[in-house]
Each structure stands twice: as structure tokens, then as C-alpha cells.
Design a binder for this molecule. Structure first.
Ligand SMILES: C[S@@+](CC[C@H](N)C(=O)[O-])C[C@H]1O[C@@H](n2cnc3c(N)ncnc32)[C@H](O)[C@@H]1O
Length: 510
């Protein structure tokens, strides 16, 4: 994304501030219909008119009551009020507030729950651990249990990640990737009956394109969630196309409490998401999709897409490599040798390169090294070491690099399926159920290209025997302190001209 794009996006973002948000927040009394502009006055009213003193109640619970307990207390009191309990008879004990069911807001859109952070320092309780709003937020993320918790990542890296999705060009690039966008659209229209009258959650809706496809296919309700500023544009787009009665755009993380409050406790029938990054798992967005699945999807509900297969193939093509590393270019610059510039090239010995590899550079079979069944996989499975076995082509020579890509399958049910040898390019022609697309070198190029790991210089010239077997492992590991980055390592052993050949290459995507 260019700087100018992000400038345009930020100014447009401020123009598009949601005009429907009310300017004044009002706090409903815990026990009657009265509303107040500030929390303090509301609590004073509660004490004067309902003989219930909230601050002494909080203090009386003492050290047992952590910050999150105050949220539970509010929900508990509102429930008691709905059950017509007399405020004077309500007993609040630490045991009552152990129950996580009181984390679920009693009143939808209860602003009190979200403004409490500002109010907490007023408690003046020696027992309160809250010093400021940041403490309150931190307490919130620590204490909300997994099923209703907040996202773990809230560092600068994460902010930069969402910032990168607010501009135009990144969304245009994705929408213009026909393999991707038409891949999703094709599944939705081919299986429109699955979407008819269903409730759908679009995780990371971006401009809202997938949500609109679902709405057009007959979905009854679509929650379109995105934490980036692009959500404001999505809201405009949805409105402009007349789908605002179906698609509700929610700006926030899909895991967050606010989003959970909006989606409510009734579950969704389908979760759709385009979460795939370079090498499939770069960006770490699948973690959020799995969290959303566990929070919101009905048992037996559908994940769209349903499966991704990670494939690997060996690359042997000296010319292509020297073009991609820049060696060819820098070797002769107006008659000077500029080769010290080479290590900074796009294909280098540190990072995973993102390129389209020509099929003629592939020097062996394609092997599936990891299968992701999105209905069943857990976050723990996303750090893994998996094996591969490849028969090298007749013409195999020096092993220069490995190319990794993924194929995506959309099955119309959540049953288990073995897709390790399934060909995404001919999936439908072969009469299989569902749809598929490939991001590999044998299909139409996509914006994901392929992830290329250049073998180290010392190993790059070592020949492997044509027709022999290359065995190895691929390890994917999240980077420490950067859950969106990954480290990829490939180890292999094969037959060389003069005996066994082993090698190892480790590259980062950050
Ligand atoms: C690859 S884009 C896909 C955009 C859109 N669905 C499309 O198909 O054009 C992923 C989007 O997900 C959003 N996103 C990633 N993680 C998220 C999370 N945890 N909660 C909400 N939005 C998220 C990003 O801001 C980004 O806009």
C-alpha cells in the first residue's frame, strides 16, 4: 500500500465517521427506566430512589471483586431487576460473581459496561486494582474467559496490521484477483440454497464483498466484521447497494467483547472468511477465524472455505533464480559489477520470497505436506512439522529452491474429507461436490503467488539424481513476539551423484 493511499484512506475515514452513532451516551438506571448522562448521577439516583448503594456494595465484596466482577455485578443487578426483585433484598456475594454467565450483557448495547473503565478510578476502594483505563482494559483481557474473551494481540504490530487494511489499493488488489474473488462467488452462487435464510458471519469483511455475495444469495442476516477503518467504507457500500437491512457491519475485532455483544448469544449458520496469507499462514488471521468458529458457529455449521491443502515442489532453474535474486541485473550495471547489491534482492537467503514460479522450473512431483480442515483444526495445529516425499523429474539437476502454495476447497457440508491428492484445478470437472481454487504455479496467477525458499548458496549447486526420491519435513512456526509472522524451515535428504545429499533452509515471513 502506498503512503498516498493511506493518506487518502485516513481522510476519507474521518469523513465517513458513522453518523448514526448517538452523540450523547445515556445510562439507564439499574432498577427503573430513568436515564442519566453520567454514571455518577445514575448511581446516586439508584441509592436515593432504590435504596441500593452500589459503591459500598463493590467495596464490601473487597479483594474478591476484580474489575471484571463489576461488569458481572451490573449484569447481575439488571437481571435481578428484570426478575422484579426488590433492590433492598438483593444480596451480592463473591460466589455469585464467580459465574461467567453474568459476563453476557443483560441489556443489549448497555453503554454502562463500556464506560465503567473511566468510572472505576472513582471507586476509591483500597481494594480496587484499577488505576486507569489501560489497567481496566488489561484486566478485561486477562479475566474474561476464553469463550467470551478479547483478542490476545494488541501490540503495535497488530495496529500496523489493521492499518495496512484501511487503504484502497490492498482491497482492489484482492477484489481484482479473479481466482480468489470469483472462487468465493462461485461457491456462494452454486450453493445459494445453503445461504438462503441463513445467518452468516463474515470474518474480516474488508469492503464487504463476500457479505454482499451472501446477501445476494438470500442470506437472512450477515454480520460483516472488520477491525480496520475499511469497515466504515463497507458500511457505506452496503447501504449504497440497498443491503443494510441484511448486512450489519461491525467495526472491531471478531473476538472482542463488543462484537460478541452485537452478534449476541444465538449462533450463526455459516462463517465465511478470506483469511489466507502468503504461504497460507502468514498474517496469522486463521487464529481469529478459529476463535470466531468456536464462539459463534452452530454445531454442524458450515465454514467457507472448508479446507486448505499446503503443497510443496522442488525448483531447479538457474536463470530464473538469478533473475529473481537480482544476480543477473546487478552483475553488470553499465559495465560495473554491482553484485554487493544482490543480498537485498526480493529472493534472498533470509526471507521467504513471494513469486510466481514458472511450471518449467518445477523439477519434481508436487507433495501435500499439510491439510487444514477448517471445521476441526485448532490454533495449536498451526505450528507444526510435517513430512513430504517427492519423486524428482527425469531432468532434475541442482536443487535451487522450494515453492510452497495452497489449494482451497469449498465443500458444502462439514463432513471429514481426504483431499491430500485432490486436484483443485479439475475438482469440479471430475464431478466432485463443492468447488476449489489453486494458488499454485499450474493455474492462473493469484495475488498470493507462491512462497519461495531459496536454498543456501553452498547447497544450491548440489545435484540430485533424476528420478530419485527426495524426502523431508516442513516446519511452520509462529515468530516469537510477532504472532502474524512465521518461520518456515525445510529439511531434506535425497540421492546425489556421489552419495546422499542432505540440506536445510530456514526463512522468515515478517
Ligand atoms: C484478506 S482481507 C479480506 C477482505 C474481504 N473479506 C475480501 O474478501 O475482500 C482480511 C480482512 O480481515 C480483517 N481482519 C483480520 N483479522 C481480523 C479480526 N481478528 N477481527 C476483525 N477483522 C479482522 C482485516 O482488517 C482485513 O480487512
Amino acid at each position: 500500500m502506498s503512503d498516498s493511499d493511506s493518506e487518502i484512506a485516513s481522510s476519507a475515514g474521518s469523513i465517513l465517521e458513522d453518523a448514526s452513532e448517538p452523540d450523547v451516551t445515556s445510562f439507564k438506571c439499574l432498577f427503573c427506566e430513568e436515564t442519566y448522562d453520567d454514571i455518577k448521577t445514575m448511581f446516586a439516583h439508584v441509592e436515593a430512589h432504590h435504596s441500593f448503594a452500589i459503591l459500598p456494595t463493590i467495596k464490601s465484596i473487597g479483594t474478591e471483586l476484580e474489575e471484571i466482577g463489576v461488569i458481572k455485578l451490573i449484569n447481575y443487578l439488571r437481571l435481578q431487576s428484570q426478575a422484579k426483585s426488590d433492590p433492598k433484598d438483593i444480596r451480592v456475594t463473591p460466589e455469585v460473581l464467580q459465574d461467567d454467565k453474568y459476563l453476557v450483557p443483560t441489556l443489549p448495547d448497555d453503554p454502562l459496561l463500556f464506560e465503567l473503565g473511566d468510572f472505576m478510578p472513582n471507586l476509591e476502594s483500597g481494594n480496587s486494582k484499577v488505576k486507569d483505563y489501560a489497567d481496566y482494559e488489561a484486566a478485561l483481557s486477562q479475566n474474561i474467559p476464553d469463550e467470551v474473551g478479547k483478542a490476545g494481540m494488541s501490540d503495535d504490530r497488530d495496529e500496523r496490521y489493521f492499518e495496512s487494511y484501511k487503504g484502497n489499493s490492498i482491497h482492489r488488489e484482492m477484489i481484482e484477483d479473479k481466482v480468489r474473488t470469483e472462487g468465493y462467488q462461485h461457491f456462494i452462487t452454486k450453493y445459494a440454497s445453503l445461504f438462503k435464510d441463513k445467518v452468516v458471519l463474515d470474518v474480516g469483511c474488508g469492503t464487504g464483498i463476500l457479505s454482499l455475495f451472501c446477501a445476494r444469495a438470500g442470506a437472512k442476516k450477515v454480520f460483516a466484521v472488520d477491525n480496520s477503518e475499511i469497515a466504515k467504507r463497507a458500511r457505506e457500500i452496503v447501504r449504497k447497494n440497498g443491503y443494510d437491512n441484511i448486512v450489519e457491519v461491525v467495526q472491531g475485532r471478531v473476538e472482542d467483547f463488543n462484537t460478541q455483544r452485537t452478534i449476541g448469544t444465538s449462533k450463526v449458520d455459516i462463517i465465511i472468511s478470506e483469511w489466507m496469507g502468503y504461504g497460507l499462514l502468514f498474517e496469522g488471521m486463521l487464529d481469529s477465524v478459529l476463535r470466531a468458529r468456536d464462539l459463534y458457529l452452530k454445531p454442524g455449521g458450515l465454514m467457507v472455505p472448508s479446507h486448505c491443502m499446503l503443497r510443496i515442489a522442488p525448483v531447479s532453474d538457474h536463470d530464473w533464480i538469478s533473475e529473481s535474486t537480482g544476480e543477473k541485473f546487478w552483475k553488470d550495471v553499465y559495465g560495473f559489477d554491482f553484485s554487493p547489491m544482490v543480498p537485498g534482492g526480493a529472493l534472498n537467503e533470509h526471507e521467504v520470497g513471494v513469486f510466481d514460479v514458472s511450471p518449467k522450473a518445477i523439477c519434481g512431483e508436487v507433495s501435500t505436506f499439510y491439510e487444514i480442515d477448517i471445521s476441526r483444526v485448532t490454533v495449536e495445529h498451526l505450528d507444526f512439522t510435517a513430512g513430504f516425499e517427492i519423486t524428482l523429474a527425469k531432468y532434475a539437476g541442482a536443487l535451487n529452491a522450494f515453492a510452497i502454495w495452497f489449494d482451497t476447497f469449498f465443500l458444502p457440508h462439514d463432513a471429514m474429507a481426504d483431499l491430500s491428492t485432490a486436484d483443485a484445478l479439475s475438482w469440479e470437472q471430475e464431478g466432485n461436490e463443492g468447488t476449489a481454487f489453486s494458488t499454485g504455479p499450474y493455474g492462473t496467477a493469484t495475488h498470493w503467488h507462491q512462497a519461495v525458499l531459496l536454498v543456501g548458496k553452498d547447497d544450491r549447486g548440489r545435484s540430485v539424481k533424476a528420478g530419485s526420491t527426495l524426502k523431508g519435513t516442513v516446519t511452520y512456526k509462529k515468530r516469537r513476539r510477532d504472532a502474524r509472522g512465521i518461520e518456515v524451515e525445510i529439511r531434506w535428504e535425497g540421492e546425489g551423484k556421489d552419495g546422499p545429499v542432505t540440506g536445510r533452509v530456514s526463512r522468515t515471513m515478517a
